[in-house]
Design a protein around this ligand. Structure first.
Ligand code: TRP
Length: 323
């Protein structure tokens, strides 16, 4: 039945109905949530790029700094003839400098849901690094199918590259499952190069996710505009406030949209009631200590080998191997 349906329902409609199902499910519970993947439509992705430039958001800058200061050491740790695999590669900008200094790299295997951004990046990489082999995969990296083609590429060593503290956006059990998925697509001795934001004082953390230029606020609220535009809802974003706070016990920054007064919203004909003070939980960003992340790596099937930090110990890039 499902196969028959999917052959007659256009892809866009299928995506819309999944979006609608997720939104109604998320807003229908006692605690309201929205899946963070819907933050990233075209405007959301652009706003996210703006976040990375914001003064208060230190993560992107700090990670880039660690990379540029330790590039040779990182390349040496990875070793020769590596096939670099990047889940959620986006514009593939972070990997380029590394590909340029690796010893005889086998090539690059980026995975991303946006085909346009990916193929544009593939062209740029091939132009900047002549001879580099690139196998772009369009799809959701949490799904096994985008990893399948790896089996056809012979390489001495595979290394998953996962920067940006993206692992922090997964709940702990999901983060472990994701590491397991990575390990399942690698062999013993293959590598993982992964960035994590480190536990630090809550003021600095909270400022990073509630910046004075209000870019993160726009990014968070964009999900409401998107639901309005794509699912025929009537959210008034001025009735919600952006709230980010560091949850000490869970070691994560949580992002919420707080309802400012009692009201109802219509979403594709369904009524959703909001009470003043009630929140929609939209995103988490987990922070790790080096020790805490080493434990997670072990649970996910990796042995931590080494890590690089900035001088203020704000952020870390870890290298681990499949055991
Ligand atoms: N992974 C990064 C982080 O946790 C980027 C990110 C994901 C982000 N979602 C976000 C940044 C929402 C700000 C707001 O920081």
């Amino acid at each position: 039945m499902k196969a028959a349906l999917s052959s007659i329902v256009p892809e866009q409609q299928q995506q819309d109905s999944e979006f609608l199902k997720d939104v109604l499910e998320g807003l229908g519970g006692k605690i309201k949530t929205l899946p963070c993947k819907y933050l990233y439509d075209e405007l959301g992705s652009r706003l996210f790029e703006d976040i990375c430039e914001v003064e208060d958001y230190y993560l992107t800058r700090t990670e880039a700094d660690i990379f540029s200061k330790n590039l040779k050491d990182i390349a040496f740790t990875i070793g020769p003839e590596a096939l670099m695999i990047e889940p959620g590669a986006g514009n593939c900008e972070k990997v380029e400098a590394l590909l340029a200094v690796l010893e005889s790299p086998k090539g690059y295997y980026p995975i991303d849901i946006s085909s346009e951004i990916l193929f544009q990046a593939e062209r740029r990489i091939k132009r900047n690094l002549p001879g580099m082999q690139v196998w772009s995969q369009v799809g959701d990296f949490t799904q096994p199918d985008v990893w399948d083609k790896l089996a056809r590429i012979s390489s001495r060593k595979r290394v998953v590259f996962f920067p940006g503290s993206t692992i922090g956006n997964f709940e702990l059990d999901k983060a472990e499952q994701l590491l397991e998925l990575f390990a399942a697509n690698l062999g013993v001795g293959d590598g993982l190069l992964i960035g994590t934001d480190l536990v630090k004082d809550s003021v600095r953390l909270e400022r990073a996710y509630h910046d004075s230029e209000h870019v993160t606020e726009k990014f968070n609220k964009n999900i409401l505009n998107r639901i309005n535009a794509e699912l025929g809802a009537d959210f008034d974003h001025t009735l919600f406030a952006h709230r980010s706070f560091y949850h000490q016990l869970r070691q994560r920054v949580e992002m919420h949209l707080v309802c400012l007064k009692n009201h109802s919203v219509s979403v594709a004909g369904s009524q959703v009631d909001f009470l003043e003070g009630e929140t929609i939980h939209t995103e988490n960003s987990h922070k790790y200590s080096i020790n805490g992340f080493s434990k997670l790596l072990s649970k996910g099937g990796f042995a931590p080998i080494c890590h690089w930090k900035d001088s203020a110990k704000s952020y870390a890039i870890h290298y681990a191997q499949v055991v």
